[in-house]
Design a protein. Sequence first.
Lengths: 525, 540
Amino acid sequence: MSLAWLLILPTAGAVAVSACPRGRQETAKVLFGLAAGLALAWAVVLLIAFEPAATPQWVLNVPWLATPWPVAFHFGVDGFNLFLVALTALFGLLSGIAFFGRETDLRGPLALLLLLEAATFGVFLSLDLVAFYIFWDLMLVPSFLLILGWGGPDRRRAAWRYILYNGAGGFVMLFAIVAIGSAGHGFDLAALSGGLLEGAGAADGGTLFRLDWGAWPVWAFLGLAFSFAVKTPLFPLHGWMPDTYRTAPIPIAAFLSGVQSKAGLYGLMRVALPLFPATLTAFAPVIAVLALCGVVYGALVALVQREAKGVVAYSSLSHLGLVAVAIVVLDPTALSGAVLQMVNHGLFAGGLFLILGMVEARSGDLAFGRLGGLVRGAPVLAAGFLIVAMAALGLPGLSGFAGEFLMLVGIAGKSLWYTAIALLAVIVAAAYMLRLYQGIMDGPAREAASPGWRDIDWRERLVLLPIVLFSIWLGVQPRPVTERVALAAGAVLEQLTSNAIAAGQAAPGPSLTGAEEEPPLTAAE
Amino acid sequence: MEGLVDIQFAIIAPILVVLVAALVVLLLELILPAGEGHRYAYPAALLGVLVSLWYVTRLWVDVGVGGALPGFGGAFVADRFGLAMSGIVLGCALLSILLSAFRTEDETSGFLALCLWVTAGMMVLGGASNLMVIFLGLELLSLGLYVLVGFRRDLLASQEAAFKYLVLGSVSSGFLLFGLALLYGAAGDISLAAVGAAWEAVAAGGVTPTGLDGGIFSLGLALTLVGFAFKLGLVPFHVWMPDVYEGAPTPVTALMSVGTKVAAFALLARFLLQTAPAGSAGGWTLAPLWVLAILSMIVGNTGAVPQQNLKRLLGYSGVAHAGYLLVALPGLRPEGVGSALFYLMGYLFCNIGAFAVIAWLTGHGEDGAQLATYRGLFRRRPWPAVLMILFMFALAGIPPTAGFAGKLLLLGAGLAGGGWLLAACLILTTVISLYVYLKVIVAMVAPEGVELGRAAALAASPAVAWEEVAAADDASGRVGGVAAADRAAERSELPGTGPLAPMAKAALAVALAVCAAGTLYLGLWPQAAVKIARLAAGVQ
């Protein structure tokens, strides 16, 4: 039952907020704060009470369909999703608070944001494929309506692009999922994982040429991968992303880039990897090369953006591409780093969007040519901005570094070429992040900055504070995260290895002891 | 006692009740003083439908699992499959009658009686088990609908629709009758069992039991399926649907959109499951049917894309949904039919719900059929807009609505029956349909700087709205004069003045609430309905 509160609280909050009478803005804000705050508090309780173990905890199993196949709302928390749930709860609250400054009727956006939060919890918690899909689709609806109803200029186009890309991805996933379920093992992830669907013969795949292209598992995997790649997004399926992030109301852009984009990578890790390990291994080079294209392309495009939101949008393409590479190399170190980096990226990408929202609320504009010198008027904002931007570019001591380092170490065990290309992008990241910060904060004050500029108030400080704190904390002490993730990652990869050995085959992917020198991991093992 | 005809009134009790209700509605007009009859006509019609529903549930219990109560020399059978279909049809009739609650006084009784007769025809199709009764049911349904579609004699569009429906419907009836005659000739008997035996004989030896060439049987089968496909609205026999949906009065469109589809699907499913040779599942003989299904999904969804009239859009959507239903049939498995039945239950609520919103808006002085009316509706009238969003999501198959649960089951049935191509087509065209249904939502939700002033004007004065819409129509190349004249006529007759007005609004509100509740209930807790659907299809 304990996990159900994460869905019940925001949903009830959404109903309460939308039932608020017109004009009672303060009541709506209080109700929102109550619902999102309680959900966050509950997520923190889970975070603290979590026992480091490989198996899912607080498992909840509510049957939905018994015939023709059993489908259940089967929830559970393990190292993979524990921190993503916390991230969701955090940004659910912060994005809403960031909305508070707006003059419009807040009931619509706040209620939709709560629904979005509930659906995102559902995606991260689900251990049943159909439930996973249901929440996956449910995420679409509120985000689409939020972009459409409260977005910036050109919102129609952005909303259309968002929903058509993601809707197509979603329906393709539905097809794959029903195909998996029709195979006769049902929809429960635990019952399906370990390459059961691929059959023993598939474990020697290893390359694309030796895959059985006539068999459905290959196509089911491709369907899942397509859907996850669209959601993240990964190159070259990122067509919806720049428009969406630029046009969505900034708190929603923060939630989408900070939290929702992780759903795709999480799906790759939670669904595609355990269900189709051999197929994933065979496709790993393709996915990795495409993702690396995205890593480099995103970094280069971010470098030449004329507008601040575009920089964060394309930097996401770059950062998340690297995370995808780290997932598909099937290495425990890389996998731990991937989860850590997903949390980090949530903090800094979401944080940067929220900061840009604060800048935009004052200047009305985010074009580089019209901003500059804001550090003099807003030293507190500038300090927060600097810390988050440094975390984003991977400065040691801040959150971005540990995740990136673990991923690169893990990837290097598989291919030095991947690492070399990824490192290139890390260097470019420093350039565009500094350009972003300096373009807005340093230099002479431009016209958009001068009149009526004031530093952030207590509400905005409240939004910024947790992001800055966690950026520092996860930079100094990433171990609590990596420890718990390593348990889950080890369990998944071990199951694959044991299955492969049981089938008389070599282990898919590199050996599991590839990066023993990494202190947090050895401690965990 | 083996009589020539074993008359079993018990098994057609639900149909009889509906027919009697139709007569009562007509008689009320004659017995009561002028202007009084219509007050009681609605309660009488609703009561008739409810009593019929009660009989359906009674029979459901009596029949038992997998049981069947045949009667009339095997011409009609009451089994759970037919009863479930009758239940959906009756639900559809109930909601459509609620939607029609603001007819003017002088046309009430005829309208309601026709609705009830059409309903009876649909229920006959649910239990028809020989070729004669199939034709009887189809004609009972069609003849009533021809009149109902053209019921608005003051509207040119309605006349046009009725004419098209009549001509094309008659042709299809001709095809069907010819096909049935050939089947009879090939089988030597009109029962479905005999047709099945003939199919088996033809499949085995190429000669029918009556010694005719197998080609006669195949031709008869093809022509019969063409007749079914016309009623179901499968491409290329769908051309009447958008026009008729657009022109017919909204409650009639609601009735025919769901009721006809349910009846035609029941007919098709029963016909195929009882006649196709066991084991072969129809084999290649049925390949053309699957091609029609794929074409329907593609044409229905792409055809809906450019539509600016919501009823027309829903007409194309009906074509697409006819295609979706067939995804459940490959392999001719009872499980598949159960999935389709569940889908139809959901379709009942979300499709009629969409028409109810149209009727609601029309009842409140806006032209609910035009997409232009929906611009900014979310800010003007949040409740109808929210409900419309729900129904559109359900039609698109997005959780947590009945549409999603139904599509999930259809997909599962298609894949389990070996219909990979059909299932893949279902997914691909669903993506297209997402655009179609979201187009309506976008119109309602998206604020537009320029449009905001216009929306306010629309809310303040319907007259501005009509002019705007007419102008938009002119621009889009439609015959503006006809459209404007139609609209003027429609407006002159809008409710709000008559004695029924508050009741009519209450009836619409009830219909909307039922549709919304049903759409959400079947989406959130589908298990009970799935169980009923599977029991009806004969699966435990």
